[in-house]
Design a protein around this ligand. Sequence first.
Ligand SMILES: C[S@@+](CC[C@H](N)C(=O)[O-])C[C@H]1O[C@@H](n2cnc3c(N)ncnc32)[C@H](O)[C@@H]1O
Ligand SMILES: Nc1nc2[nH]cc(C(=O)O)c2c(=O)[nH]1
Ligand code: SF4
Ligand SMILES: [Mg+2]
Length: 235
Amino acid sequence: MTLRIAEIFGPTIQGEGALIGEPTVFVRAGGCDYRCAWCDSMHAVDSKYRHDWAAMDPAQVWDEVRELSGGQPLTVSISGGNPAIQDFAPLIALGKLEGYRFACETQGSVAKPWFGDLDTLVLSPKPPSSGEVTDWDAFDACLKAAGNAPQTVMKIVIFDDADYQWAKDAAARYPHLPLYLQPGNPEVDPDLPVDLQQTTDRLLWLIEKVTEDKWFAPRVLPQLHVLVWGNKRGV
Ligand SMILES: C[S@@+](CC[C@H](N)C(=O)[O-])C[C@H]1O[C@@H](n2cnc3c(N)ncnc32)[C@H](O)[C@@H]1O
Ligand SMILES: Nc1nc2[nH]cc(C(=O)O)c2c(=O)[nH]1
Ligand code: SF4
Ligand SMILES: [Mg+2]
């Protein structure tokens, strides 16, 4: 089975969540079952970009990851789009043979057996500002599919008070899932600069929300890659 791939890039650092700062190569899948209002990766979502996506065999994808990483095992981050609408089991199997680790980012709308082959599964359910509605049965199926995967975490993007309250309710459903919050980035055009002051102001707003609320469960993190590179693609 070929994979629809929007881009493969790196090595860079994982800019978000549990693995923040860790060197990684990204494999970005093309296609998504959601249309989040503020998606920063529409080039991997909207079918109008599908002609820019490559149909690749897992072995071809693997060759490129190996090349980019110089054959030095690291964590491969599978993102998208929603990678869970495709079969990444063969790619993960190829990489594991050479000692690589795998993380995957998905919204939790589609469960796949290969979640159980991952080292890290990042489930990122979408708050109200996205315009999407979470199917919690599907989310539960993702947790079940992850089974014994060493690390499963939840990462929620927060744009406003309604998102914050929604995140608290979502966290209450899964008290044992490690939780990461990141402020939303409203400016996602790769050709426009990111305002660093506004970016850190949004982070400060979120930090003050959780501390004033004495909500000590989540870790609050910036998008490190946005601080360093703005909305540049391929980093
Ligand atoms: C582009 S998505 C791709 C993977 C998957 N579709 C998902 O949403 O989890 C990767 C991560 O970026 C986050 N993200 C997307 N747009 C964002 C924005 N404008 N500001 C902050 N985070 C954003 C998503 O919530 C998700 O956690
Ligand atoms: N450096 C870097 N870190 C990221 N973390 C999640 C990303 C994504 O778009 O899935 C991403 C990305 O695109 N770049
Ligand atoms: S689920 Fe992820 S890739 Fe899909 S539209 Fe939302 S943020 Fe973008
Ligand atoms: Mg991104």
